[in-house]
Design a protein around this ligand. Structure first.
Ligand code: NAP
Length: 378
């Protein structure tokens, strides 16, 4: 090929790129209009069925040379950006395309800014900063929320007190360890035996637990809790909140755990049944709830129970929210069960946490949209 022909082809590409750019912006404008319509009508920004339909019709219309998989790859990015534009429209109520709050540099931190954060290890993956900062910006509160990866829990708590931090989320592995290090624990957190929310005040550090609220709201969407039997896999911090929530709402629980000691101790504490995970086939109930980390990113192809047992349950819930739909939920759906992702539990616990700290009604829909959008980008 001569240099001239190469230049001509490159000019063709540039002309096509300009057309694509115009069309992409045109598409973004339409998407923004749809976003505003959804906000006005109180509709959810995310619409997985519509997104699937987009991929389906594109595959039908595609005449190549791009393959169906390649078209899907390109449009997944376009659809994800459209969702972001729509979420931004719902956050700002304006025409502007704003980035989510953790990228919002227009907010000025001053000596007056209230400081919140999350303590855990690791915390780099946490969606809490994105979710809480979005809520702070939306309600125009002079507050900021930061992730703190902590080795020395006691040192971190003292440091936070000294720095006049207002509140903190507590995550793995500190939810139980923090109990002995704070000044006051409310009844709920004491019964659960774990704290996920700290408030710093004149009287020291107060701890509560909002995970159970998240769990209950998430399960209630699936089925009424009262009188139903829930098979809870795992006996760690998440299990404690889930089991507490179910028993408070009048449900029955069978704890199923890999190791006997921890599982039977939790069962005894909450007066419920216990079985070893190796005996899962002999256990039954209305709803199965996974509270173990099995199936969490990056080991997303793992499942905590054999798929053969799933068909016996009406509903299956997972506390894992990354990925949004775990292998367990995919298999449960295929087996005809109603399913619920840990994503909703995560958002609900955060909503409750936000209100505990600020006394304000949390902007739940927007918190949900921003986390959903970020998780679906992966
Ligand atoms: P944890 O305290 O360490 O407890 C983990 C439990 O899972 C233990 O009972 C453990 O069994 C069991 N387990 C771990 N690995 C297992 C395996 N390979 N096979 C079978 N069982 C296994 O952890 P956690 O704080 O409860 O957190 C568990 C999960 O919940 C994490 O993925 C976390 O991200 C998620 N979570 C989600 C939310 C939300 O809002 N959606 C809230 C809290 C936690 P043993 O007792 O035998 O060791």
């Amino acid at each position: 090929m001569s240099k001239d022909s190469l230049n001509r082809l490159r000019q063709n590409i540039e002309a096509l790129d300009r057309k694509l750019l115009r069309l992409l912006n045109e598409r973004a404008s339409v998407s923004l209009q749809i976003g505003k319509f959804k906000v006005r009508e109180g509709l959810d920004i995310r619409d997985p069925w519509r997104e699937q339909a987009v991929f389906k019709y594109l595959t039908q219309y595609n005449k190549g040379p791009l393959k169906a998989g390649e078209i899907k790859e390109i449009f997944e990015k376009i659809v994800s950006i459209s969702r972001r534009i729509q979420s931004a429209a719902s956050l700002s109520g304006s025409n502007h395309s704003v980035e989510s709050a953790d990228a919002d540099t227009s907010f000025a931190v001053t000596g007056e800014t209230a400081l919140y954060g999350i303590i855990g290890n690791p915390v780099a993956h946490s969606m809490s900063p994105l979710m809480h900062n979005t809520a702070f910006r939306l309600l125009d509160l002079d507050a900021i929320y930061l992730p703190f990866e902590v080795e020395d829990l006691s040192g971190a708590l003292n440091g936070m007190k000294a720095l006049n931090v207002k509140g903190a989320s507590v995550t793995h592995p500190f939810k139980r360890r923090v109990l002995g290090l704070i000044d006051e624990i409310d009844d709920t957190a004491a019964k659960i035996g774990a704290v996920n929310t700290l408030s710093f005040g004149k009287d020291g550090i107060q701890g509560t637990n909002t995970d159970w609220v998240g769990a209950v709201r998430c399960l209630e969407v699936l089925l009424p809790i009262e009188g139903r039997t829930f098979v809870v896999i795992g006996a760690g911090g998440a299990a404690r909140a889930v089991v507490f929530g179910i028993t408070v709402k009048g449900g029955n629980v069978i704890i199923v755990n890999r190791s006997e000691e921890k599982g039977s101790a939790l069962a005894e504490e909450f007066h419920c049944g216990f079985a070893l995970l190796s005996e899962i086939e002999s256990v039954g109930g209305d709803c199965l709830v996974n509270t173990t980390p099995v199936g969490m990113y990056p080991k997303a192809d793992e499942m905590p129970v054999p798929k053969g047992v799933l068909g016996t349950y009406k509903a299956v819930a997972d506390v894992i929210y990354n990925p949004l739909e775990t292998m367990l939920l995919k298999e449960a759906e295929a087996a005809g069960c109603q399913v619920a992702s840990g994503f909703h539990m995560f958002v609900y616990q955060g909503v409750e946490q936000f209100s505990t700290w600020t006394g304000r009604k949390a902007p739940m829909k927007e918190m949900e949209a921003v986390v959903y959008e970020r998780l679906s980008r992966k």
